[in-house]
Design a protein around this ligand. Structure first.
Ligand SMILES: [Zn+2]
Length: 291
């Protein structure tokens, strides 16, 4: 494994790297990766855009579950992997982060710029009038409409959805758009069966094509939404490094492949490649690490 980490470090050292991250990067923050090896099996199929917009009962169920599941996402803190990516970005080795995650943890760790490919759970959009509001504001309104609504949450999925019994779902009262009163409210995330806004995809292709290397972190690249960037990079002769636990559907395009926990690999890479800020702390750390 040391040799492959050396190879990834070698790629990063040249700078101009674009990171593509997925659910595996957020598992250490308590957000399960339902596709990865450490993830819990998903108990129900993910909400599709078609079901959400076409079936009022499905939408009601989604909001009831999401009302509880969002609290786990809102409470989650960035982990050592997010912090390492932010350090590499501050050190001018990583130019940009494209993330498939909707948890906002890259930004919380200090990364910038971050393109949230699948949107973010911290915003809500009205499909009727287009009004976009903060999820916190909707949360306040939902709590007001549902005093005392509490239920045991068996599991929370990466998209902020939670498992909830039917009887509890029935008790939940959703709220309408405050502006038009009729439009459907939807978290500002890309659902299964929904396409990523074309301008956002184009911006990501631009980033990838200008990159000197692409570093995939914690994604099995199962969906084409993310895998297409890896394929594009490989076709352009841009090296691709993949750090993920378990195989990915991009392995055939990878120049380097590290199958190891991100919580170990990323801090090591950041330690090797970015200078430690205060000199005193650096000496103390070196003493502990090498002693
Ligand atoms: Zn509206």
């Amino acid at each position: 494994m040391t040799q492959t980490i050396d190879a990834v470090a070698g790629l990063l050292a040249g700078g101009g790297v674009v990171v593509l991250s997925g659910a595996g990067l957020s598992t250490d923050s308590g957000i399960p990766d339902y596709r990865g090896p450490s993830g819990v099996a998903r108990r129900h199929t993910p909400m599709t855009f078609q079901a959400f917009t076409g079936d009022p009962a499905a939408r009601h169920r989604y909001w009831a579950r999401s009302h509880l599941g969002w609290r786990t996402i809102a409470r989650a803190e960035p982990n050592g992997g997010h912090a390492a990516v932010a350090r590499l970005q501050r050190g001018c080795l990583v130019d940009a982060v494209i993330t498939q995650n909707v948890d906002g943890l890259h930004t919380a760790a200090g990364s910038t710029p971050v393109v949230e490919l699948h949107g973010s759970l911290d915003a809500v959009v009205c499909l009727g009038c287009g009004d976009r509001t903060a999820r916190e504001e909707l949360d306040r309104r939902l709590r007001e409409a549902n005093p005392g609504f509490s239920a045991a949450v068996a599991a929370v999925n990466p998209d902020g959805d939670a498992d909830l019994a039917d009887a509890q779902v029935a008790r939940f009262r959703p709220v309408d758009c405050e502006w038009c009163r009729t439009g459907m409210l939807k978290p500002d995330v890309v659902f299964f069966g929904e396409t990523v806004p074309p301008a956002r995809v184009a911006a990501c292709f631009d980033l990838v094509q200008q990159a000197r290397a692409v570093l995939v972190l914690g994604s099995s690249l199962t969906v084409m939404s993310g895998r297409r960037f890896v394929i594009r990079a490989a076709k352009r002769g841009i090296p691709v490094a993949i750090v993920n636990q378990g195989p990915t559907r991009g392995d055939d395009y990878a120049t380097v492949r590290v199958d190891a926990p991100l919580g170990l690999v990323l801090p090591e890479l950041a330690d090797r490649l970015t200078p430690r800020a205060p000199l005193a702390a650096s000496r103390a750390d070196a003493g502990v690490a090498r002693g």
